[in-house]
Design a protein around this ligand. Structure first.
Ligand code: ZN
Length: 343
């Protein structure tokens, strides 16, 4: 009951990459970098287990950024000539690579860290991939053409590649494959119209558990400012949840604690496991077990308790390492308290 996990990313140690950045520079190269990525992955597996989490992730230690880590293994993308582009509906600028030719995987994308993680934990293993719509929003297009039609075509092309990698991750022994789709909270009509279908294409044929994570972004200033413009009630999820409820995706991960998301929106996810965000990633204040258990209790008003999976609101990548470690413990302790209360 109440199995705990993180949304995906964890801070990279200072010896692996720059800290407190979404697109950090690596500290090493070649074989030395590969070893550092492996060491950081093992370190975080141990930290998650020690904290008491039930489902373990690789903390995304082997990828620079949750979207570009995937794109680096895709043929047809020009990484040497990045361009500045407003992403998430122009909320902030990012330097993004350009799609210049038909898309094809160069080979496996995440075999190294997935197999490493699988070899070093006996707990359930969750692995994250970017969702097709979010990829399309984090890359510049010079190939698929202008307008919505081009975006849809490109999203389904990426969905096919994601599907190849997801099937391979499943063969590596991953128990849960989660696609991250923060863009679903930005392009509301498109998400319900074709975003969910592209996501289902990415998950086609998977027999492991499938999940989608939708949030209001990392705790960076641009996102904090954006959230302040959204008013008192954030109802973005209301658009996409009915489409997700009808979809084949089994779990939905959402932002909740310290958020203006009305809890009753979770009722739109009937039949799904709900990964309830009980840990705020935009604040360094550590949640108390009571606060975590209280959030779980509020979610239980709208989601059957066996379908409530406590989680973090989003990834913890840009945070302080010590803060992230303390938040993992708060998550596990809060879930334990909730089990005492309602088990
Ligand atoms: Zn997120």
């Amino acid at each position: 009951m109440f199995p705990t996990s993180i949304a995906g990313s964890l801070p990279k140690p200072a010896w692996l990459a720059e800290t407190h950045k979404l697109w950090p520079q690596w500290r090493a190269q070649g074989a030395e970098l590969q070893q550092a990525k492996a060491d950081a992955t093992l370190l975080w597996i141990k930290a998650q287990e020690d904290a008491g989490l039930d489902i373990i992730g690789d903390g995304e230690q082997a990828r620079q950024h949750f979207v570009h880590g995937f794109l680096e293994q895709v043929e047809g993308i020009d990484f040497t000539n990045k361009v500045k582009m407003g992403i998430r509906n122009n909320r902030y600028d990012a330097m993004v690579p350009q799609v210049v030719a038909p898309l094809r995987l160069k080979g496996r994308v995440h075999a190294f860290e997935a197999q490493l993680a699988r070899a070093h934990t006996t707990r359930q293993l969750k692995f994250t991939l970017p969702g097709p719509m979010t990829i399309v929003d984090t890359v510049a297009d010079r190939y698929y053409g202008e307008g919505e039609e081009g975006r849809i075509k490109m999203a389904f092309a990426f969905a096919e590649l994601l599907n190849q990698e997801a099937l391979a991750l499943q063969a590596d022994g991953v128990d849960i494959i989660q696609f991250d789709e923060p863009a679903f909270n930005v392009y509301l009509d498109q998400a319900a119209d074709w975003g969910v279908k592209a996501l289902e294409r990415a998950a086609q044929g998977l027999t492991c558990t499938t999940a989608v994570h939708i949030c209001y972004g990392y705790g960076i200033q641009a996102n904090i400012d954006w959230k302040q413009s959204l008013g008192h009630e954030w109802r973005q999820y209301e658009k996409v949840f009915p489409a997700l409820a009808k979809s084949s995706i089994q779990q939905v991960s959402l932002e909740c604690f310290q958020s203006h998301v009305p809890m009753d929106l979770m009722a739109l996810l009937e039949g799904k496991d709900v990964l309830v965000g009980v840990i705020d990633v935009a604040s360094d204040v550590i949640e108390t077990p009571e606060q975590v258990a209280d959030t779980i209790g509020r979610a239980m008003q709208f989601v059957p308790k066996l379908r409530v999976l406590p989680c973090t609101n989003c990834g913890l990548a840009p945070m302080d390492r010590a803060v992230a470690e303390a938040k993992l413990k708060a998550l596990a302790q809060g879930a334990a308290l909730a089990r005492q209360r309602w088990g």
